[in-house]
Design a protein around this ligand. Structure first.
Ligand code: SF4
Ligand code: SF4
Length: 130
């Protein structure tokens, strides 16, 4: 059991790192592609996705207190307050503006493959521990 817990912890850290890499990659590209981001008036964020992310975090045992932002409850003054690994739907989201860039396309899907493989491994670890 201890071995499984160690393995789970190591893999969880891997996931945190991978989702952070994806958030950094997308942010760099969105800052180039998106007027809304450049104009700092938000992005393709929505209250629905904030609610889903807050709920997802709660399922992982992490309570996110809503910000003062009435439209986007997870948006703080310096951006989203939820770490990338706790809002996977948002972190993995991209749009066609970014996909037409071949360099971004390649980097995104290389990283996406690693994240998908990570999620599969995490699923198997959890199944084994049950
Ligand atoms: S995914 Fe597209 S719409 Fe959303 S912030 Fe990035 S460039 Fe803008
Ligand atoms: S990235 Fe953050 S602020 Fe934007 S929709 Fe997702 S949870 Fe909300």
């Amino acid at each position: 059991m201890f071995g499984y817990l160690m393995m789970k912890t190591v893999f969880e850290q891997l996931g945190i790192d991978l989702y952070q890499q994806m958030a950094d990659l997308s942010k760099r590209q969105c800052e180039i592609d998106c007027f809304k981001i450049r104009g700092t008036i938000g992005s393709c964020c929505s209250d629905l996705h904030c609610d889903l992310a807050i709920q997802y975090a709660a399922e992982k045992g992490i309570i996110i207190e809503p910000t003062a932002n009435k439209e986007l409850p997870a948006m703080g003054e310096d951006g989203c307050i939820i770490p990338p690994w706790l809002r996977p739907m948002c972190t993995l989201h991209i749009c066609d503006k970014s996909l037409v860039n071949p360099k971004f396309y390649k980097e995104y899907f290389n990283l996406r493959e690693k994240i998908d493989a990570y999620e599969e491994r995490m699923y198997l670890i959890k199944e084994t521990m049950q």
